[in-house]
Design a protein around this ligand. Sequence first.
Ligand SMILES: CC(=O)[C@@H](O)[C@H](O)COP(=O)(O)O
Length: 266
Amino acid sequence: MNAHAPIATETSDTWTVAGRTFSSRLIVGTGKYADYAQNAAAAEAAGAEIVTVALRRVNLSDPTQPMLVDYVKPDRFTFLPNTAGCFTGEDAVRTLRLAREAGGWNLVKLEVLSNTAHLYPDMVETLRALDMLVKDGFDVMVYCTDDVVMAQRLEEAGAAAIMPAAAPIGSGLGLQNAVNVRLIVEQAKVPVLVDAGVGTPSDAVLAMELGCDAVLMNTAIAGARDPILMASAMKHAVIAGRQGYLAGRMPRRMYADPSSPLAGLI
Ligand SMILES: CC(=O)[C@@H](O)[C@H](O)COP(=O)(O)O
């Protein structure tokens, strides 16, 4: 990069998934908030352009109950429907087909879970469901394990984005396998997003410093003492990590290198 090139700003440094371009590299969830108003305020504070919506858990259609869309407005945010709560490929595909009929959503997040203890994705079912969804014309962002080989398989099967978990959903443990995420980033030709398990702004910085295109999180914001303040912190963390990645880190050294070189002095 040219040393005098302008630094990446929120508006100049975009990323594209399935032909849609976004400035914000932070995707937020719509679960675990005190109410939809707090959810909407957090999404704004995060500077998010995409919100992911668990189709099985969020009220999108019953007007007798509070509805997400009255607070988190579909004309302000891109809705990314997800299949949280699905444990088989068929379940996930059925859920997304219904969502497409109801809301016209074509860009979706596929999540096929294995067991409730760790909520890691079942990658055999995930790959099977991806295949069905791609044949059906969906653009599929895929929640997956941080398995480098499986990430390659997903891409070959037509995934629009690869989304390795940092750690179990809702754990807040942060990136458990930075090396694998970096390897996935290096091989991928589609966007890579860390999804799930982020706990702190520094976790988000690390994901972005590894070269991820974006980060998806829910609990780290919704579960904070002050979700709105945390949403803002996460926004800045993602920007800082991205700029750090673009700037290129200094080489690591084993030994000291004086900050004020003595060469040339008497
Ligand atoms: C919101 C959503 O899609 C979750 O399934 C996701 O993976 C977020 O996980 P965290 O709550 O750990 O951020």
